[in-house]
Design a protein around this ligand. Structure first.
Ligand SMILES: NC(=O)c1ccc[n+]([C@@H]2O[C@H](COP(=O)([O-])OP(=O)(O)OC[C@H]3O[C@@H](n4cnc5c(N)ncnc54)[C@H](O)[C@@H]3O)[C@@H](O)[C@H]2O)c1
Length: 364
């Protein structure tokens, strides 16, 4: 592969994917597209941008002209950009329809227009809706029960439709919950950790009996590259974690690592309008390709807590976006360059520094 585009690369999952791709495909050029939303941090990309292998296009995946330009010469698209938080989707579904549905259709069209060789769509186990007593296979009907999941299910329908109508080679992953460093502290594990570190009390949704399987982000990254090298084009692959936990069990694990009691860390609050009890998936298709999840939450949690302890400023002490120094700027050759280490002391959206690519603009 000569050129790879990863969308959402300034967010949690796809920033790890970008690093993993740099290692796995050292001779490929990687273009990250991200609008730099509230869950993104440019700091996640500083290392890979410095390496020169990665370039960042700051922009929205719904911008058709920008995406057509960004995908010029691209062999592989890994589409992970999305609005990702269920609670936000209950408050306002509109951004989820924009980014997750319209954005996906825009990426698909740009992929067709540019003759992209493979479109890898990052979907989720939430498209199945929940079931307390059975495991889902990729042939089960989609039955989403929250607006986030409905937008992801809808996006998948377009992926399948473009594959069928235009012969676009696709792969779709439906992973369990993913955990690791850099996850925005609105999701269960980082929110628990950050609340504990900041002496705040976490509110459990309902009675905390909902069960979730947690897949380490490194396991997810290796699943993606396994599917790219050996997955059957046009297929959907569940990506299961090693084990599942109730929310209360996760609270206890975090409390144990931080060294406080469950009661000190968390209390019970109102539940979501609907909260699926469990998303169990059968992963035999990906395990048949030789991939296995390897990391257990309980073994990884201490390192993740240490990371949040060292990086709380990324989330809670941000300088206002309109002030401070930009940490990245655009070089003469349209390469986004990092400032010297001494100047990496603030985060500001680089919007004004980044020339927008147009249909005619070359990415390279
Ligand atoms: N985190 C999980 O547990 C999990 C599990 C399964 C699947 N997924 C999927 O993985 C993907 C990444 O999730 P995440 O947890 O890293 O989310 P995240 O919110 O941390 O990151 C998403 C990134 O996408 C970008 N983005 C959103 N809308 C955009 C737009 N219109 N244009 C350009 N960029 C845009 C955001 O700025 C952000 O950087 C999503 O597709 C999500 O559905 C996540």
């Amino acid at each position: 592969m000569n050129r790879i585009c990863i969308t959402g690369g300034a967010g949690f999952v796809a920033s790890h994917l970008t690093e993993h791709f740099c290692e796995q495909y050292p001779n490929s050029e990687i273009i990250v597209v991200d609008k730099i939303g509230y869950a993104s941090r440019l700091a996640y990309l500083t290392g890979v941008l410095r390496s020169g292998q990665v370039r960042l296009v700051e922009g929205c995946i719904c911008d058709a002209a920008l995406m057509r330009g960004a995908l010029k010469g691209v062999d592989l698209v890994v589409h992970a950009a999305a609005e990702s938080h269920v609670d936000n989707s209950y408050r306002n579904a509109a951004p989820f329809i924009d980014s997750n549905v319209t954005g996906t259709v825009t990426m698909l069209q740009a992929a067709i227009d540019n003759g992209v060789g493979l479109f890898f769509h990052v979907s989720t186990d939430e498209v199945y809706g929940g079931s307390a007593d059975r495991l889902f296979t990729d042939e089960d009907a989609l039955n989403p029960t929250n607006p986030y999941a409905a937008s992801k299910a809808s996006a998948e329908m377009f992926v399948h439709c473009y594959a069928k109508s235009y012969g676009l080679p696709t792969l779709v992953s439906r992973a369990n919950n993913i955990f690791g460093t850099r996850q925005y502290p609105e999701k269960l594990i980082p929110k628990l950790i950050c609340d504990a570190l900041r002496g705040r009390k976490f509110q459990i949704h309902g009675d905390g009996s909902a069960r979730r399987a947690f897949l380490h982000v490194d396991d997810f990254c290796s699943a993606v590259t396994t599917l790219i090298s050996r997955g059957e084009r046009g297929r959907i692959y569940n990506i299961p974690a090693l084990r599942e936990y109730s929310v209360v069990e996760v609270v206890d694990l975090v409390a144990g690592v931080i060294g406080i009691s469950r009661d000190h860390l968390a209390g019970f609050g109102p539940d979501r309008p609907h909260n699926d009890s469990r998303y169990g998936v059968v992963g035999e298709k990906i395990t048949a390709l030789g991939w296995r999840p390897t990391r257990l939450l309980e073994n990884e949690l201490a390192a993740i807590v240490d990371w949040y302890r060292a990086n709380t400023d990324l989330y809670f002490d941000e300088p206002p976006r309109s002030a401070g120094k930009p940490i990245l700027w655009l070089g003469d050759d349209q390469r986004i360059l990092a400032r010297p280490e001494s100047e990496l002391d603030g985060y500001v959206s680089p919007s004004r520094q980044v020339a927008r690519l147009t249909d005619d603009a070359r990415v390279a």
